[in-house]
Design a protein around this ligand. Structure first.
Ligand code: ASP
Ligand code: MG
Length: 408
């Protein structure tokens, strides 16, 4: 029988009524003739609570015990979902990650999937038993419970879809699809019928929260057709698929933003080979997620190095820079901070074949008097750093400029 993976996020299983609602959707697919693997998240808020308990118990906690605790939210929903399905007359049983097993490496808290052994699941499918699998968790080579990083049940779902060669992987959530931009910023935001893996990957890593970035990577690698859809409304969702399957032509598909960014400029660093490595090495070690980097034109053997990072990482960045200076690895006169900036990005595979897209973006921003502080580009993305107070204005201006409100 064809197989289907259905993943329900935290808000979709937030209480028993919602679990029943989700189970009803599973029942419908079972009636259509699928062998279903249901992947569940913890009830919404549960994982945060568990993480809080761990942190309140131990500041420097043992990551293996962190995983033992935070993985438990999914165990509860898996059992409850299996029970609910049974109540509806759908034969089902729960599976924790280790029971499948879903094998991971030993990077506790952010483990990577190594393999999924599907034999037992498939055997049970053969006996007519549908699977309810606790997302987010696996087992390490040492036999310890691991978790896949926050939002990791998306990745569990895609991995099971690939391993089970499922026809599709449906991601049920509290939004009804992927939008051209954040609908809270502009009411003109429009739901996309389809989006390519590559564009989704950019949007996810730029902070669109619908899918964990790694789940999109995995879907792209194994060509798993993904559908992001609502648990609460019977609407078509957004299909994430290969770009060849997208016939509509558009230059820009979506606009992403990240509100709380900071821009740091390290002033008067020596303009010599090795300086960038000397600066960004320690920042990486300190766990600072450096994003955009610009080296300004040097004069008199000195130059300025500008980079952006999330605002809450600024103290760590400053400390790492100061330590590096004290150790004599770099010299600089000061670090200028701008903690009131945001990043806005346009994303679209059409950019590859169309010139002048960046120019159109800059023009639209200029028309509204938005000053651009830093620019970076990739093959299918242009990002700019701007004053935070212009964030909404910039997103709206770009949405209009690229006519994203119109179906292409
Ligand atoms: N419950 C986990 C989290 O909140 C995993 C997930 O829901 O995807 O991060
Ligand atoms: Mg999620």
């Amino acid at each position: 029988m064809p197989r289907l993976v259905m993943k329900f996020g935290g808000t979709s299983v937030a209480d028993l009524d919602r679990i029943r609602n989700a189970a009803e959707r599973v029942r419908r697919e079972v009636e259509r003739g699928y062998d279903v693997a249901v992947i569940v998240s913890a009830m919404s808020g549960k994982t945060n609570e568990l993480v809080g308990w761990v942190r309140d118990t131990a500041v420097l906690y043992d990551a293996r015990e962190y995983d033992a605790v935070v993985s438990s939210g999914e165990n509860v929903t898996a059992g409850l979902m299996a029970l609910t399905l049974q109540q509806m007359g759908v034969p089902a049983r729960s599976w924790q990650g280790w029971q499948v097993p879903l094998n991971t490496n030993s990077s506790h808290g952010a483990a990577r999937i190594v393999s999924i052994e599907t034999d037992k699941l498939v055997q049970k499918f053969g006996e007519g038993l549908h699977a309810v699998i606790a997302g987010f968790q696996g087992i390490s080579p040492e036999g310890r419970i691991t978790t896949l990083g926050r939002g990791g049940s998306d990745t569990s779902a895609v991995a099971f879809a690939a391993a089970l060669e499922a026809e599709r992987c449906d991601i049920y959530t509290d939004v009804d699809g992927v939008y051209t931009t954040d609908p809270r910023i502009t009411r003109k935001a429009r739901k996309l019928a389809k989006i390519s893996y590559e564009e989704m990957l950019e949007l996810a890593s730029l902070g669109a929260k619908v899918l964990q970035t790694r789940s999109v990577e995995l879907a792209m690698r194994y060509k798993v057709p993904l559908m992001v859809r609502s648990s609460f409304e019977d609407t078509e969702g957004t299909i994430v698929c290969d770009e060849e399957e997208i016939v509509e032509s558009r230059v820009v598909s979506g606009i992403a933003h990240s509100r709380d960014e900071a821009k740091l400029t390290v002033v008067d660093v020596e303009d010599r080979p090795g300086v960038a490595a000397a600066i960004f090495g320690p920042l990486a070690e300190a766990g600072v997620n450096v994003d955009m980097i610009v080296q300004n034109i040097g004069a008199d053997g000195l130059t300025d190095m500008t980079f952006s990072c999330p605002v809450d990482e600024v103290p760590r960045a400053l400390m790492a820079l100061e330590k590096t200076r004290e150790a004599g690895a770099v010299s600089y006169s000061e670090v200028i901070r701008d903690e009131e900036v945001s990043k806005v990005s346009i994303v679209g595979i059409g950019m590859r074949s169309q010139a002048g897209v960046a120019h159109r973006m800059f023009e639209a921003l200029a028309k509204d008097g938005v000053n651009i502080k830093v620019i970076t580009t990739s093959e299918i993305k242009v990002s700019v750093l701007i004053d935070r107070k212009y964030l909404e204005l910039a997103v709206q201006a770009l949405h209009d400029a690229f006519e994203l409100d119109k179906a292409s």
